[in-house]
Design a protein around this ligand. Structure first.
Ligand SMILES: [Ca+2]
Ligand SMILES: [Ca+2]
Length: 135
């Protein structure tokens, strides 16, 4: 599980998980946090808890499976923006999050679920509060 206080050293880039296509999985437009090939939805609740709703490949109310908690402590007044992308190019969807002070942090995705969905964050930039749109 990632938290707003967790920090880890930069990890070496790994090969994509078995069956994961580096070019079609883990993109910002198709986040796949658990690496099963189905697009997932990330959501933050008013308590600052972050959840993944895994895509099932189904339709209607069966489009998303049961949510699981992947992070805590992401209050809106502290973490102003969160984005999905594969910034470290390992084939797994990461989260880039910006603090209100303008720090940009990367939470590398592991392709796992629950508390193991992301490894520790690391700082990737400062001064990003200058921008109002980051894609
Ligand atoms: Ca998925
Ligand atoms: Ca990644």
């Amino acid at each position: 599980m990632f938290t707003r206080t967790s920090v880890a050293p930069r990890r070496p880039v790994r090969a994509p998980a078995a069956g994961v296509d580096r070019w079609s999985s883990g993109s910002q437009s198709r986040p796949d946090y658990n690496g099963d090939g189905h697009t997932d939805v990330l959501a933050r609740d008013p308590n600052g808890d972050v959840w993944v709703y895994p895509g099932t490949g189904g339709t209607g109310t069966g489009t998303l499976g049961n949510s699981y908690l992947v992070g805590t402590g992401f209050w809106r007044d502290s973490w102003t923006h969160m984005y999905s992308t594969d910034l470290n190019n390992d084939g797994r969807t990461d989260i880039v999050a910006r603090t209100k002070e303008g720090e940009l942090h990367l939470f590398p995705g592991t392709g796992g679920t629950g508390a193991d969905s992301f490894s520790g964050r690391y700082l990737i930039g400062v001064g990003w509060n200058y921008y109002d749109v980051i894609l």
